[in-house]
Design a protein around this ligand. Structure first.
Ligand SMILES: [Zn+2]
Length: 279
């Protein structure tokens, strides 16, 4: 998995600035035969587009991150009990150009072997991304309602009536139950470093973060690193867990802490509050 930041700074989900407390993750499938995530990023990076997900992922392991993870996305509409947009990060999987939709969520498969290969690979990318996000937000992938598909969200009354992702997964033997188990396995029983080696990190309630001072040692849990505390695009995404010194603070900034690795992991710049754990 390779997370690339491509923040859609013109999309209303970004510009309106609303944030959520992340309680879960919702998986979607785009519903059209378009394998390239950049197409969605470009289409949605406009004022007046009334939808946006947090990320779109590809079969080759690329994840294009379109919104900061704690921005409120518009990805699932709403149902009788409210909207998953208020609680869940939304991620779209791209779909192969070897299928052709025939109406609703029905499609014909022009090349079953290639389609299965593509769908299996996007599934794998999704498992890796969701394991990474579960670690970031301290989520239990097996807990009720934490990891759900768009269609499961509809059944729970928090999403519009769509058939993804089961409309495509079911044809290739993939299920949400297995997805949740695979995420847990990828987390290595509760913690994972995005680089692959399992590592445990300390977690602290966000309220405790108020007490961070210049000179404190903290754990960076992996995520974007910015050149300034107010930058809209990350300079780099560091998927490492690193012991860092806080060398400057800007509590009013979007990325309030300037961190420098003290363990050689190469973090150097401004980072988000959500990516910091107090040691
Ligand atoms: Zn959907």
């Amino acid at each position: 998995m390779n997370i690339k930041q491509n923040i859609v700074t013109k999309n209303p989900c970004y510009t309106c600035g609303r944030t959520i407390a992340v309680k879960g993750l919702m998986i979607h499938s785009v519903g059209c035969p378009q394998p390239r995530a950049s197409v969605f990023a470009n289409n949605w990076n406009k004022a007046g587009v009334n939808k946006c997900v947090h990320a779109v992922l590809q079969a080759d392991g690329t994840v294009l991150q379109l919104l900061p993870w704690n921005r409120r996305g518009w990805h699932c509409g709403s149902g009788s009990k409210g909207s998953g947009n208020n609680t869940h990060i939304g991620v779209e999987m791209t779909e192969p150009d070897t299928i052709k939709y025939t109406g609703g969520s029905s499609f014909t498969d022009l090349n079953p072997a290639a389609t299965k290969d593509f769908v299996t690979k996007t599934y794998k990318t999704a498992v890796e991304l969701f394991a990474y996000l579960c670690r970031q937000y301290n989520l239990n992938p097996l807990a009720d309602g934490v990891i759900i598909s768009h269609s499961e969200g509809h059944k729970r009354g928090i999403a519009s009536n769509h058939g993804d992702v089961e409309h495509i997964w079911n044809k290739y033997g993939l299920t949400m139950a297995q997805f949740r188990k695979d995420i847990q396995a990828a987390m290595g029983g509760g913690s994972i470093a995005a680089g692959g080696q399992a590592q445990s990190i300390a977690t602290t309630a966000p309220e405790a973060l108020k007490t961070i001072k210049k000179g404190d040692t903290v754990t960076f849990a992996g995520g974007p690193v910015y050149k300034s505390s107010t930058a809209s695009q990350a300079a780099v995404t560091k998927n490492v867990i690193s012991t860092c010194e806080v060398t400057a603070l800007n509590e009013k900034g979007t990325h309030p802490y300037h961190c420098i690795s003290r363990d050689g992991k190469g973090v150097y710049g401004w980072v988000d509050k959500a990516d910091i754990r107090i040691n």
